[in-house]
Design a protein around this ligand. Sequence first.
Ligand code: MN3
Length: 333
Amino acid sequence: MKKSHFLPILFFICVSVSAQFTQKPLPYAYNALEPFIDAQTMEIHYSKHHAAYVKNLNAAVVGTEAEKMSITEIFANVSKLSPAIRNNAGGHFNHELFWTILTPQKDTKPSADLEKAIIGSFGSMDALKEKMNAAAATRFGSGWAWLYVDASGKLAVCSTANQDNPLMDTAENKGMPIIGIDVWEHAYYLKYQNKRADYLTAIWNVINWTEVSNYFANAMPKKKDKFDGWPQLKEFHKVMSETFHPSEEGNLQPIKERSGEMVQKAETLVKAPIPAEFNKKEVVAAVQQLATDSKKLDKLVKAKKSDKEITEALSKLHDVFHQIVGLCSDEDH
Ligand code: MN3
């Protein structure tokens, strides 16, 4: 093979097909959402409208600072980017979300957490639908209605114009969208013509509550663990809890297998810097006690002492661990 000819061709092919943004396959057939959304609308919507946003987005980012950005980075900086990038990035992302929150499956349900949040924010499922439909019906011209999770973890409803969405730095209502309803005429006109309200009533029959529940779980702000800055303590705690709790049930097998590992975790903990907010001499002393007691426990295990002695030593070690947690909590005001 003449490599000198082959390689430049290969390089050309790779460069020309490596578009930054691509359309995922539609997760069902074009006719799957009949009779609520007709096949022809789905086909044109997916293969023409959405495809055009992707094509135009890939063209619009070339040679701009957006070329290296993810779609969420584009939204976070959209006020500084061109209208072509804003419209087509929104058009791509919004449709990608839209396809996945619809399903031909009839029996999907919100998770317990999502249902609780919907009732907490809107009163009932029906009240949510009414609020979404009102937002969608009153959006003048083209746009989207959104159910989104705001920064505090609360559910809210809003609408945006054009292809904007709540992730954009320009958005009046900011958050992570978990349902987006397309109210551009291209989403409903062939079947519903000017009757947007009928389309909005129908679409609730094909909402994929399983997927919306997943989006909801992922959008919720993650609870911060106060010991995130002290991973060595968390590592020790993991072994402690996986050995101590079985011992409470009379099962000493885990501690007999892992007493050496517990010593290692304790020694790592002693050597690690204690986060400033917990760094008090009582905490330092208790951490050293933990290392000493871990070694004693390991010796008892290795010497095959009685279950009673091992249980007592493990229980004492567990108390010392909770003494550390308690001392750290005392520092909270
Ligand atoms: Mn559309």
